[in-house]
Ligand binder design. Sequence first.
Ligand code: GTP
Ligand code: MG
Length: 306
Amino acid sequence: MAGGLFGRLREGLSKTRETLLGRVEALFQGHPRIDEEFLESLEEILIAADFGMPVTQELVTALRRRVKLERDADPGRLRDLLVEEIGRRLQAVQPWELPAARPCVIMLIGVNGVGKTTTIGKLAAQFVGQGRRVIIGAGDTFRAAAAEQLQIWGERAGAEVIRHAEGADPGAVAFDAARAAVARGADVLLLDTAGRLHTKVNLMEELKKVRRVLAREIPGAPHETWLVLDATTGQNALSQARIFRDAVDATGIVLTKLDGTAKGGIVVAIAAEIGLAVRFVGVGEGVDDLRPFNAAEFAAALLRND
Ligand SMILES: Nc1nc2c(ncn2[C@@H]2O[C@H](COP(=O)(O)OP(=O)(O)OP(=O)(O)O)[C@@H](O)[C@H]2O)c(=O)[nH]1
Ligand SMILES: [Mg+2]
């Protein structure tokens, strides 16, 4: 299945594929039989691709167990097993679907520069493309450029943007955006948030306040709170993820800039250690470079050539 969209995912992952897949290929080719040296080399390869120690050890243990069960384990079948075991650790067994609530409120959070605003623009375009009515709330009032950036994405996608002046209260933007989404009968409200603030108010406290405003206006809102993480920051993204997960009830992860790293294994490390499903991955700056996440497809894109 080298179809267009799957091809695009592979292309976006090309840095990771060049190193990881290249090394895995060489390893399998050089070892007609699986032995301890093979498993040690595999461990090194996975660590180098940022799968992280816990996941790497689980994967190697699973392979070692299989080799013990079948003394003549065929390397081809072991690769299938590796793809399968990676898929299982990605938490997202079912691709994400828009929850039934209307309007469905999706809030994006994360530190500055990770790709929240860009992701909102791409999501808006995708939802509109599916025939949905979308409202965008420019909840990052830290700099005027953020709302400007959203305005451009919104106009291109055909989504209305609710914005206030720079420095305004993000809670007030959330309030107006929620009211507008209800008034216009929107299917989706996408709310951008700041990665930093003007004041010394704690970012987590501010995010909690925004959530309370949304919940007051729309029952059950926010229905999704996605933590946006930059894959190029590697293990650093993992520590950010822990802080946000614990402070704000995040429901999923969007991992951006996978095109910019050779260490795509970080996706697996994050999903396994944070216990949240990856919902979308960013593989470029263009509007089509945000892919709904499918665990099996992703694992195959990392480790398969066919
Ligand atoms: N290559 C690549 N670049 C991306 C991707 N997603 C976002 N970017 C770029 O990352 C930069 C920062 O993106 P923003 O969307 O402004 O990030 P943000 O989280 O909103 O940042 P703040 O508003 O400062 O908190 C921009 O130049 C984006 O084009 C991606 O998947 N791949
Ligand atoms: Mg932004």
